[in-house]
Design a binder for this molecule. Sequence first.
Ligand SMILES: *Cc1c(COP(=O)(O)O)cnc(C)c1O
Length: 368
Amino acid sequence: MQVPLLDLNAHYAPLMEQIKLKLNEVFLTHQYILGPHVRAFELMIQDYLDVNHSVGCASGTDALVLALKALDIGRGDEVITTPFTFFATASSIVRAGAKPVFVDIKADTFNIDPQKIEEAITPKTRAVMPVHLFGQPAEMDLIMDIARRHNLAVIEDNAQGIGSLYEGKKAGTIGDIGTLSFFPSKNLGCMGDGGMCLTNNEDLANKLKQLRVHGENPKYYHKWIGLNSRLDSIQAAVLAVKLPYLEGWSEKRRENAKYYYANMQNVEEIKLPYIVPEAQTIYNQFTIIAEKRDELKDHLSNAGIGYAIYYPLPLHLQECFAYLEGNEGDCPNAEMLAEKVISLPIYPELKPAQLDYVIENIKEFYRN
Ligand SMILES: *Cc1c(COP(=O)(O)O)cnc(C)c1O
């Protein structure tokens, strides 16, 4: 048996006819940059996430850069974020001209530790950028409270958390700006790159819309130096077909997770994901903490089971950030987890026999 980490064949098979019909609509209009299909999808997202404004752009990475620029964050400014995330969270801060300041995560949730944010605030701090890692929202009540008390903006990197909830509120709509990624492996993926900014603030929304077209308003008059970063009409059309299914897919992921919990709770060498009571996760990844992680990797590979290590090296120790003078020991939880985490297949199209096969192989590994 083979169990890939993600099965886009199985994912797209029932959707391809609908997608082709929708793409034909785009080809008939030849409106490839912004236009009606992008707007239609933006309105669908606003409805789904209960947010007043959405601005489609070229990627989740660009969405973060646009968010920082819209908030006027750049040279001389500091942004507090997590070292245990995809690279783009921190690189976007540097792209905007500011300095990332890394604060350790909690060892059980993998998300930024609100308690440690306050210690990292300096007169230069302008924003906090929490990441809703693996689909579980960061502790937004505490983060918003700290941010309000210190007059900081909050940018939610929600690339992995679309549709997840914190205290009943949709992740990505709680801070000043939230971002989405439609990279193919996210829960709502397109057929290429795509991203989006979310906000309830009309002024920020207007600025984001200008920034994605070179900061122009009116045409050929530039108030800011923006980006060329639009959500492609073709991608918007694909996403409009897929969005109505997203809740069902997330529910399937939660059911798969429940099955893992029911059948692996008693494996002492692993720790299953901890979800705080305030959160409902969408399980973009099902990431466990495993003893003998690297041997487990080999065992799974030999059994034809897909996995991934998110993430093998925390960002404060990356070569490109050496100038920030991060050291080993700065973020002990992130460093410890980088050596122990492994993400297992959780995608909605998994079959019961495949889940059983993954569970059996993990149990077998630790029996020996
Ligand atoms: C995927 C991802 C991004 C970047 O999104 P792209 O669309 O690939 O540019 C940013 N942050 C996190 C946490 C991500 O997982």
